[in-house]
Design a protein around this ligand. Sequence first.
Ligand SMILES: [Zn+2]
Ligand SMILES: [Zn+2]
Length: 153
Amino acid sequence: MTEDFKMEIAIPTDDLGYILLQCSHCGTHFKATPEDIMDDGVLTLFCPSCGLTSDNYITEDVLELAITMGQNRAVDMIYDELKRMEKQFKKGPFTIKAGKCPKHAHESPIQSGINALEVTTFRCCKRKAKVKPMLKITGCYCPFCGVKNYEVE
Ligand SMILES: [Zn+2]
Ligand SMILES: [Zn+2]
């Protein structure tokens, strides 16, 4: 098997162009725009709730889909191999029947969901993110610089 194993997963944005992120430390969901996340001025992202930086902000949805897609691809590869062997051993002392391709697991589309997040402006960076409304009351770390903001709009 020399074929490169490549997968592409499209993470959808919501109506306002935000993508859903999840802190791997506390599980808090928040949203930011791809422009801000990719911005050169933003080196790391901070969780608005616990203020820590996370190795990744991939949500469980995305992770699950990646695993399912990986499994489906593996099934295809094994089946292709069986098919190849079926041809190879057509006239031999033994034969191989690949049969029908096994069914794929359902790849459920990712929801940009979690709508109970409100757009919040972080004055320190003049950037916006969507966070849980509760964080506006208790204080909220800026996802882009990690400073705690107490009066956020
Ligand atoms: Zn967190
Ligand atoms: Zn900031």
